[in-house]
Design a protein around this ligand. Structure first.
Ligand SMILES: CC(C)(COP(=O)(O)OP(=O)(O)OC[C@H]1O[C@@H](n2cnc3c(N)ncnc32)[C@H](O)[C@@H]1OP(=O)(O)O)[C@@H](O)C(=O)NCCC(=O)NCCS
Length: 177
C-alpha cells in the first residue's frame, strides 16, 4: 500500500495517540508528544496509508552544555510505526523525510536515543565516540556498549556537533522519563 509522509495536522492528534500507545505499550510517549505539541517549538511528521496514520516522528529543539552561540540542534523522539505494519520501510521513510525537513528548517545537528542497530543506516553515529552525552547516556553505571552507543548524532551541517559542547539537554517535557 502506498505510504504518504506529511506534516502532522491538528486532526491527527487522536490517531497519533493511539499509534504511540500501540507501539510503546504505555502512555509516556503519547503524553510527551501532547506536551511538546502544546509547549515547545516541536514538530512532527506522520506516515499515512489510505489516509490513516500508521507512523509518526517528532523533533524538538535541544540545547548544548556548555552553551555556544549558533547551535541549531534538535532531538528526534519519539518515533513509532503501528505494530502491524512495522518492518516495511515506513520508519525509514519517516527518518529520511525528517532529516530532510530538519535541513530545510536550518537545523545543523540531530541527536537521537535509540537502537544502535537502526539509526546508523541513516548516517547517525555514536555520540559517545565524540564525547557527547545526554541525561540517559550519562549514567556512570551504564557500562554496556549497547547502552553507551544508543545516544547518536547526525551532522546536517558539517562540523556542527562541536557547538553542542559535551552534553545535550532535551526540552523539559522529557523530564517525565
Ligand atoms: C523502531 C520502529 C519505529 C521502526 O519502524 P519500521 O517501520 O519497522 O522500520 P523499517 O521498516 O524502516 O526498518 C526495519 C528495520 O528496523 C530495525 N528495527 C526495528 N525495530 C527494531 C528494534 N526493536 N531493535 C533493533 N532494530 C530494530 C530492524 O533492523 C529492521 O530491519 P529488518 O526488517 O531488516 O530486520 C518501529 O519498529 C517501532 O515503532 N517500534 C516501537 C517503538 C520504538 O521502539 N520506537 C523507537 C524509539 S527510538
Amino acid at each position: 500500500m502506498e505510504t504518504t509522509i506529511r506534516p502532522e495536522s491538528a486532526a491527527d492528534a487522536v490517531e497519533i495517540r493511539a499509534l504511540l500507545l500501540a507501539a510503546f505499550g504505555g502512555t509516556e510517549e503519547a503524553t510527551l508528544v501532547e506536551q511538546l505539541r502544546r509547549r515547545s517549538a516541536a514538530w512532527s511528521l506522520v506516515a499515512t496509508q489510505a489516509e490513516v496514520v500508521v507512523g509518526a516522528i517528532t523533533f524538538s529543539p535541544v540545547r548544548g552544555r556548555p552553551h555556544r552561540d549558533g547551535l541549531r540542534a534538535v532531538g528526534l523522539a519519539p518515533m513509532a510505526v503501528r505494530p502491524d505494519v512495522q518492518r516495511r520501510g515506513i520508519g525509514s521513510a519517516l527518518v529520511r523525510a525528517g532529516i530532510e525537513e530538519c535541513r530545510r528548517r536550518g537545523a545543523g545537528l540531530i541527536v537521537v536515543l535509540g537502537h544502535p542497530g537502526y539509526y546508523p543506516r541513516f548516517g547517525f553515529a555514536s555520540a559517545a565516540a565524540i564525547g557527547l552525552r545526554c541525561r540517559w547516556s550519562a549514567d556512570p553505571n551504564a557500562r554496556d556498549t549497547d547502552q553507551a552507543d544508543s545516544f547518536m548524532y547526525l551532522e546536517v551541517i558539517a562540523g556542527h556537533a562541536r557547538l553542542a559542547g559535551d552534553f545535550v539537554e532535551y526540552a523539559p517535557e522529557f523530564d517525565l522519563f
